[in-house]
Ligand binder design. Structure first.
Ligand SMILES: Cc1ncc(COP(=O)(O)O)c(C=O)c1O
Length: 442
């Protein structure tokens, strides 16, 4: 029976690999016809067989693959805890909610202030508002598109309790200066590393400096599980709170392989205040929680992707370097990315700002590239305070955010993801060259 099962499983997985080779294997690049994507899933038969293998187990909810992925991610980042969630946005929500837990000695309270850049992705800011905290917006720098640590001191008030910062497009924030301010003023730090898995600052992985870090595994990101994300931390207490918030608010931290008596080994002996008999830990609810868990099929894909992550990061760096070398000749009109000498970015994409005074607009350049099948994207929300959903949100702001406004008007990015090979990168650069040649003629 077991033999038949194993033979069938092997046969199915061999067929899946064959199916991958027939239906999914990368096709040759045809310049002008094949879309040069800014990002995308990079996978092969390994991910497809891992997903089907997990489906044959039919565990469905977080199980052995989720446990393996959590352990693998924690190891990769050099941290004690990684908790899988169903998106990077959920990771941000869990991280902020965790810092509001009444089980902390100094939880964030409604009306407390969280310093965050105005330029970035909306779901870095949304959880601040969703938890009745007040965002204090600071400007970004042009070039690295990150928060300027010199803006932190002027942003402080008596209510400031935390900094929530994203490493923009994989480019590490100046973490040494940021952590100095955080320590000096006793501020919590959350790092949104959704776009920055594998980036280092002073040789340390970003996402591992603050109290909590967050990751996204949406297909555009450094590795994918379809939808998915993770909250990472070195603090056992914050991990326990974050897990509870992810898992309906319950206290139990059992995994799929915990014994019937629970990971705590006294599952049936917990107490509820006022109840004179013991209560099952599985049903002890200590937080106002959500259900933001990942499935085991997604985690199976993630385990296969994590194995490839070092190669993905290396490819992103290589592709970035090739584009940088090719675009340097246009620096008179295009502001190319900058980064700290203490940083080794694992780039999400290649940001470009059209300089003031250039004889063309961002729209001229992006429509030219898009018409030639080179994908471009805007740098997320630009200045979030200009976005319709955020016009009336309670907030404080430091200065007039000129750089965030400039990003809104003049910045875009193109891809560096591992799916780009030399022919695609050369084609992309040839399109830039065509644009500038056409410009010179007008
Ligand atoms: C910086 C940043 N944070 C958070 C997110 C949200 O991640 P997700 O799409 O997995 O919800 C994104 C999305 O791309 C992002 O770029």
């Amino acid at each position: 029976m077991t033999d038949t099962r194993e033979t069938l499983r092997r046969h199915i997985l061999e067929l899946v690999a064959e199916y991958y080779a027939t239906a999914h294997a990368p096709r040759p690049f045809v310049p002008g016809q094949t879309r040069v994507q800014y990002a995308g899933r990079v996978y092969d038969a390994q991910e497809m067989t891992a997903a089907v293998d997990s489906l044959l187990d039919f565990w469905l909810t977080a199980g052995p693959r989720a446990a393996a992925l959590e352990d693998g991610l924690a190891d990769f980042l050099g941290l004690r805890h990684a908790l899988l969630v169903n998106s990077g946005s959920s990771a941000n929500l869990v991280a902020v909610a965790a810092l509001c837990s009444r089980r902390l000695e100094r939880p964030l309270q409604p009306g407390d202030e969280v310093i965050t850049p105005a330029m970035g992705f909306p779901t870095t800011v949304a959880p601040i508002l969703q938890n009745q905290l007040t965002p204090v917006f600071v400007d970004c720098r042009l070039g690295d598109y990150n928060l300027d640590p010199a803006q932190l001191e002027p942003a402080l008030s008596a209510r400031t309790r935390a900094i929530f910062v994203a490493h923009t497009l994989g480019n590490p924030v100046e973490m040494a200066a940021l952590m100095d301010v955080a320590r000096a003023h006793d501020l919590y730090v959350i790092e949104d590393a959704c776009d920055a898995l594998g980036s280092t600052y002073d040789g340390q992985m970003v996402g591992s400096f603050g109290d909590l870090g967050t990751l996204s595994f949406y297909p555009a990101h450094h590795m994918t599980t379809g939808e998915g994300g993770a909250v990472v931390t070195n603090s056992p207490r914050l991990a326990r709170i974050a897990r509870s918030i992810r898992d309906w608010g319950r206290d139990c931290w059992c995994r799929h392989d915990s014994p019937p008596t629970g990971a705590c080994n006294r599952r049936f002996e917990w107490t509820i205040p006022g109840l004179d008999e013991p209560y099952d830990h599985r049903y002890l609810f200590v937080e106002i929680g959500y259900n933001l868990k990942m499935t085991d099929v997604q985690a199976a894909i993630g385990v296969a992707q994590l194995e490839k992550l070092p190669g993905f990061v290396a490819a992103r760096r290589r592709n970035f370097a090739a584009l940088y070398a090719g675009l340097q000749q246009y620096e008179e009109f295009l502001l190319l990315p900058t980064w700290s000498e203490r940083a080794d970015p694992s780039w999400f994409a290649f940001p470009i700002t059209v300089r003031e005074g250039a004889p063309f607009t961002r729209r001229d350049l992006t429509t030219f590239l898009e018409a030639r099948n080179v994908e471009t994207r805007l740098l997320f929300a630009g200045n979030i305070l200009r976005q319709p959903g955020y016009l009336d949100v309670p907030h404080r702001v430091v200065g007039s955010l000129p750089n965030s406004d400039r990003v809104l008007r003049a910045t875009f990015f193109v891809g560096v993801y591992p799916g780009l090979d030399t022919p695609r990168l050369d084609y992309m650069l040839a399109c830039f060259e065509d644009f500038f040649t056409a410009q010179r003629r007008t």
